[in-house]
Write a protein that binds this ligand. Structure first.
Ligand SMILES: [Zn+2]
Length: 87
């Protein structure tokens, strides 16, 4: 209880308007909001230690459209080969 009270007093003494304390979603340490960053998956994390960049393999490749457009395309018809002889 005394420890919490001391922490509260320290927080009030170190009050900076517009820069509140936040807890990191990864490590749990308390830091200033200006030292935190939002990760690509939505977590609020420490900007210098816990921020993990998004891996390039998680970003889907976008293929460019075809240069020559086929108008009114249809699927190929199935062709059957008839054999007249008996094996
Ligand atoms: Zn952290």
């Amino acid at each position: 209880m005394i420890g919490l009270f001391r922490q509260l007093i320290r927080d009030i003494e170190m009050y900076i308007p517009g820069d509140p304390w936040k807890a990191c979603d990864i490590c749990g340490f308390k830091r200033r909001s200006s030292e935190m960053a939002k990760s690509w998956d939505g977590y609020i994390v420490c900007a210098d230690t816990c921020l993990d960049p998004k891996h390039p393999s998680l970003i889907p490749h976008r293929l460019p459209p075809d240069r020559i457009m086929v108008r009114e395309s249809r699927p190929e018809k199935e062709t059957f080969i008839e054999v007249d002889y008996v094996v």
